[in-house]
Design a protein around this ligand. Sequence first.
Ligand code: PSU
Ligand code: MN
Length: 302
Amino acid sequence: MTQIPPIRMTEEVATALAEGAPVVALESTIISHGMPWPQNAEMALRVEGVLREGGAVPATIAVVDGALCAGLDADQVERLGRGGAVVKAASRDLGACLVKGLTAGTTVSATMRIAALAGIGTFATGGIGGVHRGDGMDVSADLTELATTDVLVVCAGVKSILDIPRTVEMLETLRVPLAVFGTAEFPAFYTPHSGVIAGERFDDPAEIAAVRGANRALGLGTGMLVANPIPAQHALDAADIGATIDAALVAAEAEGVTGKDVTPFLLGRLNAVTEGKALAANIELVLNNARLAARIAVAAAG
Ligand code: PSU
Ligand code: MN
């Protein structure tokens, strides 16, 4: 059988994993395709700092020149942030990246796959992909990966570029355990409110870690999704951002954007049209998710 090369880890990540110390994975499509330069690279370094403050070692995951990496240096973060010859890789794209020696930002699905191979069980991101509005067949591979790969993902819900009720339904169909932190309502990324009551409410990160342990003992074989609402002081006005999202969806349709380009197109529009307000909220919620992921990883390691 073909062997893939070992995952390239920073010494910090390799040591932490060997010692059983808390490690939290971070994705890199958010850097390469989710935010503009240079705020993307600044965010990437800040979120690593937040994890360290929380007692966890950050492992930013990406593919660099065909090597699967867990833990990046500042130059590699800059390369992803500046973009250019950087592709967006979901888990199904990783084989091609390896063979062709590509450099890629890894989506939630690809990051989960690499984290699982590396032995990292906790992962913080901004928003996951889901079921797109309108085209009910455009379903992110993030959901399928959550159904099959044992990594806990902390997100701020999904933004309403997606069909939130259908995304939540699909998670249920795929039997992905869903924990909502500090509320009973599935959050809508830029705002804490989606109107969708789903999942199980938890207020204690240690309890979330314990549920993951129970799921493993049950042999469920899935990942787990933790939805963590954006803090109220950073939330956007729901009506404002809703109208902006509606306009971005119309633009995507008019310009004939399809496939893996849809999500980056919409994110780019939102960041541009809101003159940085959406970007600022996005950065704050990622930091907030990293704080919670560190607490879960610390509880799991203890
Ligand atoms: N949603 C966001 N920000 C992001 C993404 C989604 O609010 O950066 C990125 C993540 O990497 C996610 C990917 O895994 O987009 C999903 O892409 P798609 O919809 O093509 O599956
Ligand atoms: Mn898609």
